[in-house]
Design a protein around this ligand. Structure first.
Ligand code: HRO
Length: 312
């Protein structure tokens, strides 16, 4: 029998654990519909601000042999656009909808979350605490006290389950401090690990130049560069926050990386750089590869190996 890739969480069942990482194939209704119409198990919108934004000057995305660098700068159609999409969304179709919000200040996040709460829709907000690309705006996820204060206000503004998108952390002390803060918030149901590794620098040797225009070439790294860091964050947060769900994001380009994320403890898995490069056909391919790997290993369901990574 073919292995079952379904996953039940947040009171919903997804037929596949895979969906798009916020930022990829999710800025316009057409892109969102393309993800929904693909083999993806869910859909997430582009992180939105209260008002529409053009984002940073181009070129602002470049692919490299090891992944990608981006400094998009939050180009998005504005909160109302994604709210309207969420109002029209076919929830009965069995693909949960996540709405990513990335206000430029706490008040903007609270305003958007209050409106979303009043709309009483079955979608789930993912609050982006980790955009590395807005000049002059540091990532809130790296200010642990500031993040705790923000979460107090967010928990009040949004009375139903929500999630946060975290930046990558690189030190066990930070994993523990962040987990201790997040564990205090009962309605915080999931954390997505990780956003891009912020402010990397890719250099084109021939041109002796950077490859993207904003921030003198600094940008968030995705793809192969980030896989081990993503897995470390997934494993550590899954271990330190047993009452929360962890969504893995980073370096997934085949069934093998999807398997690794789930083995490290991920409930669901987002695909970013690979989706950008390959398009929505990536979901069916990665799912087929994950099924084949599970079959080879004798696993019939994701529950049989999720979080069961062995140590030596
Ligand atoms: O739009 C972006 O530049 C962007 C965002 Cl919001 C984010 O969260 N992560 C990223 O790599 N790029």
């Amino acid at each position: 029998m073919s292995p079952d890739l379904s996953v039940t969480w947040l009171g919903q069942t997804m037929q596949s654990p895979l969906y798009n990482a916020s930022g990829v194939m999710c800025r316009s209704e057409d892109e969102l519909d393309a993800v929904r119409g693909s083999a993806a198990g869910a859909v997430i919108t582009k992180s939105c601000t209260r008002l529409p934004r053009e984002g940073n000057p181009e070129p602002r995305y470049a692919s490299t042999s090891l992944g990608s660098i981006n400094s998009m700068g939050l180009p998005n159609a504005g909160f109302r656009y994604y709210l309207d999409y969420a109002r029209r969304y076919d929830y009965a179709g069995g693909k949960p909808l996540f709405v990513s919000v990335a206000g430029l200040c706490l008040d903007d996040n609270l305003t958007m979350l209050r409106v979303l709460a009043e709309a009483v829709l079955p979608c789930f907000p993912e609050v982006n605490l980790s955009c590395p690309n807005v000049p002059g705006k540091p990532q809130l996820g790296y200010d642990i006290a500031g993040m705790a204060e923000a979460l107090e206000a967010i928990s009040e503004a949004y009375p139903r389950p929500f999630g946060v998108k975290l930046p990558p952390y690189f030190d066990p002390v930070h994993f523990a401090e962040v987990a201790a803060v997040l564990n205090r918030f009962e309605r915080l149901a999931f954390v997505t690990c990780i956003n891009s590794i912020g402010n990397g620098l890719v250099i084109d040797v021939d041109a002796e130049a950077v490859v993207i225009k904003p921030k003198a070439g600094l940008g968030g790294l995705g793809g192969d560069y980030v896989l081990p860091t993503a897995l470390a964050n997934v494993r550590e947060f899954a271990r330190l926050m047993p009452a929360k769900q962890v969504v893995g994001c980073g370096g997934v380009k085949s069934g093998r990386e999807a398997f690794m994320h789930i083995l490290a403890g991920a409930r669901a898995v987002q695909v970013g750089t690979c989706l950008y490069e390959e398009g929505v056909g990536a979901f069916a391919r990665i799912e087929a590869e994950l099924r084949a790997l599970m079959q080879e290993k004798g696993y019939a369901s994701l529950d049989e190996f999720r979080g069961k990574l062995k140590t030596l």
